[in-house]
Design a protein around this ligand. Structure first.
Ligand code: DLL
Length: 435
């Protein structure tokens, strides 16, 4: 079914006109940061460029990159282009080490972010009569408040649940008739299990759509969630440095995630050479803010690995489409010289009917050799006390991992429900080599 389009003028604009808008906006933002962000003025001086060198979007390659380190070095507000009096919201992402990455938004920044999430929700087919259960965390994380604003903006009813408190989530979902669920894909699975265990019949729930993101997830994971919750599951992409959820979203065609490139301009670069890759090739996603006031960033390196496609989508949108995120370059494990992303392991596990999408990779090193153990849950209907049966399951998964990834993995089958469930971003890897 074709869903409505929130901002047809922009979302379906011919690419030439869009590029003109992007060019005008890039020129303006470069001039703005040059005059308002000492960090960029200095960087541009070092590179021998001034705003006059930027005349079209193609000139973006002349601009300096920005990394998470730059944000940390300028902690907390050093990259803000406006005085604190104009900042109306502060978000931060914790990361694994060191100081959090802080982002400041002006009133206008919140409004364009909300516009982008509204585009997403409408693309999923949501509207005024929907009841949104926002089960992303509220707080410094952008998920809760971001999705909240978008859902209110399209006129839907919003339940600001936040994450966790799973029992209550289910009662309210049931009693309030939630139709749209916003949470991480891993929490969606957890909720599906908990609904089953609650004994409440699935027909008593009105849930029909899920807006899932904030962590990498595979196509097989989508099928699993759709099957277990009886809903349609859509991807929503974002990162706090750029805006939060709604930087990208899927439409009904689900042929990639459309990026809101009138506000956040994407590029794909080779992370080693820092040069743009050929169109359609995989590399690191980089964003430049085209309209942001509070803390505009030039060529921010996301570390997310993906590819972009500019051909028109069957939904009518012309906004560029991004492939599923394979993972972050910093999530890539190098095990005995083999590069592996947790999403690749997830795909292999879910290809086989016997396993649950709950897994944990434990990486270590013994006598200078990397060791890797994959703990994975067996579906209850395949779980058995018979040694032989379990042994053959283990062999089957080990062989599949070896043939797909070229990696010898020590598979450890664990009891159903024994791997810790996550209410936010799932932790899939414990790498003891770094300790
Ligand atoms: O996760 C924002 C968000 C909230 C997006 C709710 C979607 C829904 P951060 O905490 O800054 O912001 O983490 C951003 O999460 O660089 C990706 O590595 C990953 N990520 C976000 N969305 C997706 C997705 C929020 N749909 C980092 N698929 C990003 C894969 C995703 N990875």
């Amino acid at each position: 079914m074709k869903s409505m389009i929130w901002n047809e003028t922009i979302e379906c604009m011919d690419r030439e006109s869009l590029r003109k808008i992007q060019s005008i906006r890039l020129k303006k933002i470069v001039d703005y940061v040059y005059h308002n962000t000492p960090f960029y003025r200095k960087k541009m001086h070092e590179m021998g460029i001034t705003p006059d060198d930027i005349n079209s979007i193609d000139d973006i390659v002349k601009l300096p990159f920005t990394t998470k380190h730059d944000l940390r070095d300028n902690y907390p507000f050093g990259l803000c282009a406006v005085p604190m009096s104009q900042i109306v919201r502060i978000h931060a992402s914790s990361g694994t080490t060191g100081k959090p990455t802080v982002v400041g938004y002006t009133r206008k920044d919140l409004s364009s972010w909300t516009e982008c999430i509204s585009r997403a929700f409408m693309a999923y087919g949501a509207g005024q009569s929907d009841v949104f259960q926002i089960s992303y965390g509220y707080g410094l994380f952008t998920g809760g408040l971001g999705a909240h604003a978008g859902a209110e903006n399209i006129g839907a009813s919003v339940i600001p649940m936040s994450s966790g408190n799973t029992e209550k989530q289910i009662i309210l979902m049931h009693d309030f008739g939630s139709t749209i669920l916003c949470c991480t894909p891993s929490y969606a699975l957890y909720l599906a299990e908990a609904i089953k265990e609650s004994g409440l019949p699935r027909e008593d729930f009105k849930l029909k759509i899920g807006a899932f993101g904030a962590e990498p997830w595979t196509e097989s994971m989508r099928q699993e969630i759709e099957e277990k919750l009886g809903i349609k599951a859509y991807d929503i992409y974002g990162l706090s440095e750029i805006a939060g959820p709604g930087v990208g979203y899927e439409c009904e065609c689900q042929q990639g995630t459309h990026l809101n490139e009138d506000h956040y301009f994407p590029e794909i670069i080779d992370p080693n050479t820092l040069q743009p890759v050929a169109p359609g090739e995989t590399g690191e996603l980089v964003f430049t803010h085209l309209t942001k006031e509070g803390m505009p960033l030039l060529r921010y390196r996301t570390r997310d690995l993906t590819a972009l496609h500019t051909d028109k989508c069957a939904c009518g949108r012309t906004l560029v489409r991004m492939d599923r995120i394979l993972g972050r370059s910093d999530d890539m494990l190098i095990i005995r010289g083999v590069n592996v992303f947790p999403t690749q392991i997830e795909s292999v596990i879910l290809e086989l009917a016997e396993f649950e999408p709950h897994y944990l990779l434990v990486v270590g090193r013994e006598n200078n050799v990397d060791t890797v153990e994959l703990q994975v849950e067996v579906r209850p209907e395949y779980n058995s006390d018979e040694m032989n049966k379990m042994l053959s399951l283990k062999k089957k998964l080990t062989a599949r991992l070896q043939s797909v990834l070229g990696l010898g993995v020590n598979v450890k089958l664990v009891e159903p429900r024994s791997i810790e469930r996550s209410v936010g971003k799932a932790k899939r890897v414990i790498d003891n080599r770094k300790l």
